[in-house]
Ligand binder design. Structure first.
Ligand SMILES: [Zn+2]
Ligand SMILES: [Zn+2]
Length: 260
């Protein structure tokens, strides 16, 4: 069976501060999903739970009451609409969602590399960013999470090192430690995200670096899902535009799909 291009498990509505686009409504997102034959569409606005102390200024207003304004999601008999969130991880045990509130979401996306916000200043080279990335993945893997409804967001993402060469960072990720943590995610049942927004126009110049981390995750038995990470309506199209090629290059089949 082919890996289906029929879902988007990570996108943002207007309730994410960095979207704030009146056109980015749940209804418009559903309309796009229907038009493209999806069976599942999840909306994951940025979230920092008010029950967890110390959000930064970006997250101050992104609490559960705020993102729940999206509910109830529109219903549809073709597309299952799923309420999720993209929370934040600062290392250690610092996750932006309190375990008491896990059941408020049907999918929880956790980024290991929002380093524009979560990286200490001393991590100022590609080597150090690669080291911190693996450490954050290991940190996430030790959290008491409801793993069957957890996605590890954009394992490649330009935010990992805006100061330099993101492709070099992926090349420098320690293979042994990375494989071990991916093996652990596979055993726990978490999904690994293929975030098509990470595959912008220049990625073909860096194909091996861009795919390296996904290939190793696949070797270790991980399951994958597609994500547009759209903040505006036009970016929703990146899944039908970009995903078929990426899926093919990775050799993903139906059995490699993570589902919620
Ligand atoms: Zn993100
Ligand atoms: Zn996102």
């Amino acid at each position: 069976m082919e890996f289906p291009i029929d879902h988007d498990l990570h996108c943002h509505s207007m309730l994410s501060k960095c979207s704030n686009d009146p056109e980015q409504t749940a209804e418009n997102i559903l309309r796009h999903a229907k038009r493209n034959g999806y069976t599942v569409q999840c909306i994951t606005d940025h979230l920092w739970d008010a029950a967890v102390p110390g959000p930064n200024s970006f997250y101050e207003s992104q609490n559960i009451a705020h993102v729940r304004q999206l509910l109830p999601l529109p219903k549809d008999d073709q597309v299952r609409m799923v309420f999720g969130c993209e929370t934040e991880f600062f290392g250690g045990t610092r996750l932006g969602l309190d375990p008491a509130n896990y059941d408020q979401f049907d999918f929880i996306v956790i980024p290991p590399n929002h380093f524009h916000m979560t990286c200490p200043a001393e991590y100022d080279t590609e080597e150090k960013a690669a080291e911190l990335f693996v450490e954050r993945l290991e940190g996430i893997s030790r959290l008491p999470l409801p793993w069957r409804k957890v996605g590890i967001a954009h394992i490649t993402c330009g935010l990992i090192f805006r100061e330099g060469d993101q492709w070099l960072v992926y090349r420098l990720v320690d293979e042994k430690r990375y494989r071990a943590v991916m093996r652990k995610f596979a055993a726990l049942g978490a999904g690994i995200e293929i975030n098509v927004s990470s595959f912008g126009p220049s990625w073909h110049d860096h194909e091996d670096d861009a795919l390296r981390l996904y290939r190793m995750a696949k070797d270790e038995g991980c399951k994958f899902y597609l994500a547009s990470d759209a903040h505006h309506p036009d970016a929703l199209d990146r899944i039908p535009e970009r995903a078929p090629e990426i899926v093919k290059l990775l050799g993903l089949k139906g059995e490699d799909q993570f589902t919620i």
